[in-house]
Design a protein around this ligand. Structure first.
Ligand code: PLP
Length: 388
């Protein structure tokens, strides 16, 4: 089923069929893993459309079409990691360009922007994107991109994507959303008016914690063509087997996301009532400062919860060392539950002063709620909290 054929179908049907149809002479139902680096040509320059596997690979083509369909986008391109996707996108800019970025972003994104891309004289302003007028005021003649992570990692702040996209379009600034935390099942930024979307597919999209990868999706054919050129010219492409694995993961994205959310709601409600927990941050809770906005622009609240425990590092360390089903590990979005300490682990590259301003404190814990039986997960947290 190609991208335009898939338009009339629902999310689950697209997740299973988009970009895929019985393949080759055997009509294999699953797209094969084209484990090849090159393709035969009949005569110099006379080829099937596939010349060299950095440029294109049929397994990757099918995967890209599936992702484009899920995000309601015309085009998608796959990369070897989420950060490689972001880095390739920044090759569309030149030194002297200015970028506005949400203040709370994944630590690796912050490191890429603040430590690497500034070496090439790209200029960044990190700010709270909640105040649209302030963001508009921060736009300068050299501002080329607005980087929106919503919900943010790890504080789960939510920004008004539609309003930011409208404002930046009027100012001719490219708006890009990192949609890793929601997946297209719960949030589709292109439908809200943004120019492009990126994902770390390492997380919910693949969903099984066995692949590192990223994707870029847009409706803008000119931007897509530039990114396609860069995908080949810079070369951070995913391996064919990884493309196959992600496509397999995508087939259950809708089922997994529903279960992540169902479990997360129960766990958030359990944590809210627990005497050793100070504050729970989950977009699905009415106490979340942008709960109304979350309901407006997302169709669900996802499976990520951050919370503070009463006390400091000693208490959070004890909790993190004691859980059994919640594995202490970086990353998120897999079928298994994970727990981590943002200040020491995922966000260590964010300077202490910024972390303090954002609330990434020593007693902040982030959990990625998996799809195990929720009562087992609650029991695990209950036991670990009682050990604190
Ligand atoms: N964006 C977000 C929101 C993330 O959480 C991550 C990784 O944790 C990335 C981007 C980077 O993706 P990757 O680890 O696949 O390079």
């Amino acid at each position: 089923m190609n991208n335009s054929e898939s338009k009339k179908f629902g999310f689950g049907t697209k997740a299973i069929h988009a970009g895929q149809s019985p393949h080759g002479d055997s009509a294999s139902v699953m797209t094969p893993i084209y484990q090849t680096s090159t393709y035969a040509q009949k005569s110099p320059g006379q080829h099937t459309g596939y010349e060299y596997a950095r440029t294109d690979n049929p397994t990757r083509t099918a995967y890209q079409e599936c992702v484009a369909a899920l995000e309601n986008g015309k085009h998608a391109l796959a990369f070897s990691s989420g950060l490689a996707t972001i880095d390739t996108l920044f090759h569309t800019l030149k030194s002297g360009d200015h970028i506005i970025c949400s203040d709370d972003v994944y630590g690796g994104t912050f490191r890429l922007f603040d430590k690497i891309l500034t070496r090439f004289k790209l200029e960044f302003t990190f700010m709270d994107l909640s105040d649209i007028a302030a963001v508009e005021k921060a736009i300068k003649p050299n501002t080329k991109m607005l980087w929106i992570e919503s919900p943010t990692n790890p504080m789960l702040k939510i920004f008004d994507i539609e309003a930011l996209a409208k404002m930046s379009r009027a100012k001719k600034v490219l708006s890009v959303v990192d949609n890793t935390f929601m997946s297209p099942y719960f949030q589709r930024p292109l439908d809200l008016g943004t120019d492009a979307v990126v994902h770390s597919i390492t997380k919910y999209m693949n969903g099984h914690s066995d692949v590192v990868g990223g994707v870029f999706i847009t409706n803008d054919t000119k931007l897509h063509e530039e990114m396609k050129y860069l995908q080949n010219a810079v070369g951070a492409v995913p391996a064919p087997q990884d493309c196959f694995l992600v496509m397999r993961g995508l087939k259950t994205l809708h089922i997994r996301m529903k279960q992540h959310q169902e479990n997360a709601i129960e766990i958030a409600n359990f944590l809210v009532k627990h005497p050793k927990v100070e504050k729970v941050i989950y977009p699905g809770l009415e106490s979340h400062p942008q709960h109304a906005l979350a309901k407006k622009q997302m169709t669900g609240f996802g499976g990520m919860i951050s919370f503070t425990i009463k006390g400091g590092l000693t208490e959070s360390r004890k909790l993190l060392e004691t859980t059994k089903l919640f594995t202490l590990a970086e990353s998120l979005g897999g079928v298994e539950s994970l727990i981590e300490h943002p200040a020491i682990m995922t966000h260590a590259s964010v300077p202490l002063e910024n972390r303090q301003k954002l609330g990434i404190s020593d007693n902040l814990v982030r959990i990625s709620v998996g799809i195990e039986d929720v009562q087992d997960l609650i029991e695990d947290l209950k036991n670990a909290l009682s050990a604190v």
